[in-house]
Design a binder for this molecule. Structure first.
Ligand code: HQG
Length: 179
């Protein structure tokens, strides 16, 4: 499969597995899972035919590992990034002492005042490495990276989760933990 086909399938899956499952006639089950067969049938009905082989390839090769199958490979989900209400059933985890959040320069003042908020998603997304944070920030404009004192937050009782693709998730980050 060429790169552009892979990207268009990934975008299609992100849209319907994270944001608008009902537009495809799907509803996310507990954990955010849907039946692979239902997804393929619904996609075809939506004039976007994906073969099972293509789906396997996208799940396996996606640079950010955005999607997972369950062990039986009959269910699929997005690992994170949802805007629809869904319980991903992630276990709370102790984060690394330092995490990073990339944003755009235009958001900096507001973030300094209000802290990091989840905006349209379920959580604030943080990464354990600087390079990833910078890339995330670049999507919004001139990138700026905040350091998050995750050790202090954890000590203060904030609950962190880590998605299957290593994105750290937390409900919010008040300004005092940001640098
Ligand atoms: C900003 C992509 C003003 C926040 C990425 C960000 C990531 C504030 C934007 C994942 C703010 C929300 C998530 C405040 C937060 N004032 N701006 N108080 N609090 N913001 O896209 O973290 O390709 O919802 O800094 O790689 O950029 O989808 O979050 O700029 O992993 O798989 O509000 O999405 O992954 O933007 O990105 P987003 P994000 P995928």
């Amino acid at each position: 499969m060429d790169k552009s086909r892979n990207t268009s399938i990934s975008k299609f899956l992100s849209k319907y597995l994270r944001h608008e499952p009902e537009q495809l006639g799907l509803s996310l089950g507990i954990g955010g899972w849907v039946q692979v067969d239902d997804l393929l049938v619904a996609s075809a009905k939506h004039n976007f035919v994906i073969s099972r082989e293509e789906l396997d390839e996208v799940v396996a090769t996606n640079a950010k590992q955005r999607f997972s199958f369950d062990l039986t490979k009959t269910l699929i989900r997005a690992n994170q990034g949802h805007s629809v209400e869904v319980d991903l059933q992630l276990e709370p985890r102790q984060p690394p002492d330092l995490l990073y959040h990339g944003t755009a320069e235009k958001n900096v003042e507001s973030i300094r005042n209000l802290g990091l908020q989840k905006m349209s998603r379920h959580h604030v997304h943080l990464s354990s490495d600087l390079a990833t944070a910078k890339t995330v920030g670049q999507r919004h404009g001139k990138p700026v990276v905040f350091e998050v004192n995750a050790a202090a937050m954890f000590k203060d009782g904030y609950i962190f989760y880590c998605s299957a693709n290593q994105v750290w998730l937390v409900a919010r980050v008040p300004p005092k933990y940001l640098q």
